[in-house]
Design a protein around this ligand. Structure first.
Ligand SMILES: *Cc1c(COP(=O)(O)O)cnc(C)c1O
Ligand SMILES: [Zn+2]
Length: 411
């Protein structure tokens, strides 16, 4: 059995794995709010590491079980998440001139976003701890994913949605059998449900007001897969869309762990990608601050990354990796999404932010043509029909006669 613990990111105190949702108790006594993260006995993991299993085992994150917080495999919930394609996309290669630009296509997850990796772990932990109910707050993707995994696990689920969450997301959440609640202050009732009604929070690890250190462990499997798909190579740069910053934190943690396990000997630079109309990480990064500031009245087509603020753990991943927080206009985001679609991959605007930032850096000459670059595209276009409609330019050709058809097809 591999020893697994929770460790405080501020005072380093360790705790046994337990349902702790308010950060480090020792720090809290001193009036400091500090997240906990999961740590492992890496020497023991290394001693029995079998990379061939990482490549050949069936699709699902549980093949990395030594590096995930669950202790009893009987509680592992899966819908076949992960093992998403790493692709070169024709249109992006043409537009950027980068030979080694890859897209990690997270739209291929069971509920069409990378959130499935987080919820596979989070809901499994809820089950291991004996919870019967889970809850979360969302702009759409996270809630649909939590609802799907709660359904797979047979747990009841309450999702608090951003007022602008699309109808399709509400429909999916309810189709999976969860309660969908539209609420201006999405976090208003979370702590009450967790403290007084035995709900497990499928949230990130930044206290907000309740946090779970477990789900984000799922994100690091993106790093494991990427390195395996690149035959052991480490990207020079990873571009990741950022809202709360848990995705970028988790992926960087995965690379750090691979280095601890001597699978790789270097780390990628992490680029946190945001929209110009909502760029708290970029503002803080440019000012050299350690805390993520808050942007009032955020505006962008990319709702999934339109969080007014985020967690310091994401910002630290950017600093520690010598990366940067970068932003792009909604026009750049739309154009990147259109390019991806013309290359065969249909993503939502937030997901295209990574590609848009990489294209911008390529254009400015910041990336050299041979650099190995991975853009994570985090969520699918199909769950955002209103946005999809705004990104499509070609009209539908209605009931043409043959002459009209010839004109329309340029024949
Ligand atoms: C949630 C989400 C993000 C941002 O993830 P964080 O962990 O909050 O930074 C990016 N893209 C999509 C599509 C998302 O659903
Ligand atoms: Zn502490």
């Amino acid at each position: 059995m591999i020893s697994k613990k929770l460790v405080c990111l501020t005072c380093q105190k360790q705790y046994d794995i337990a349902p702790m949702f308010e950060g480090c108790p020792a720090c809290r006594e001193r009036g400091v709010v500090s997240p906990l993260e999961v740590t492992y006995d890496y020497d023991a993991v290394k001693a029995r590491l079998d990379l061939s299993r990482w490549i050949s085992a069936p699709r699902a994150i549980w093949k990395y079980e030594d590096l995930l917080p669950l202790s009893d495999p009987a509680h592992a919930v899966t819908l076949g998440e992960g093992d998403t394609p790493l692709l070169r996309v024709r249109t992006l290669t043409e537009a950027s001139g980068l030979e080694n630009l890859y897209v990690k296509n997270e739209t291929c997850n069971p509920s069409w976003s990378f959130k499935d990796r987080q919820n596979a772990v989070g809901v499994s932990m809820a089950r291991q701890f004996g919870f019967k109910r889970v809850t979360t707050s969302t702009t759409g993707n996270h809630g649909a994913s939590t609802a799907a995994y709660a359904a797979a696990a047979g747990l009841s689920c309450a999702v608090f949605c951003h007022p602008e969450a699309p109808r399709v997301q509400h429909d999916l959440i309810r189709f999976y059998g969860a309660h969908s609640i539209s609420l201006k202050d999405r976090r208003q009732f979370l702590s009450t449900l967790v403290r007084d009604y035995a709900y497990y929070p499928c949230t990130g690890l930044t206290p907000m007001p309740v946090a779970s250190p477990f789900g984000v462990e799922g994100y690091k499997t993106i790093a494991y897969e990427t390195v395996m798909q690149l035959n052991g190579r480490v990207p020079d740069r990873v571009y990741m869309p950022v809202a709360g910053g848990h995705g970028i934190y988790g992926i960087f943690k995965g690379f750090r762990e691979l280095r601890s396990l001597a699978v790789v000997d270097r780390l990628p630079r992490m680029f946190g990608c945001q929209a110009e109309g909502c760029n708290p990480f970029v503002r803080s990064f440019k000012a050299g601050q350690r805390e993520v500031t808050t942007v009032r009245n955020p505006a962008s087509i990319a709702l999934s990354i339109r969080d007014e603020t985020g967690g310091d753990c994401g910002l630290n991943a950017i600093y520690d990796s010598e990366g940067a927080a970068v932003d792009v206009s909604d026009r750049d985001i739309t154009r990147a999404a259109q390019l991806l679609a013309r290359g065969g991959i249909a993503v939502e605007p937030a997901a295209a932010a990574s590609v848009a930032c990489a294209l911008k850096a390529a254009k400015s000459g910041e990336i050299s043509p041979r650099d190995l670059v991975v853009c994570v595209v985090t969520g699918a276009a199909v769950k955002w029909p209103e946005h999809l409609d705004r990104m499509v330019e070609e009209p539908i050709i209605h009931n043409p006669n043959f002459e009209e058809l010839k004109l329309a097809l340029w024949l």
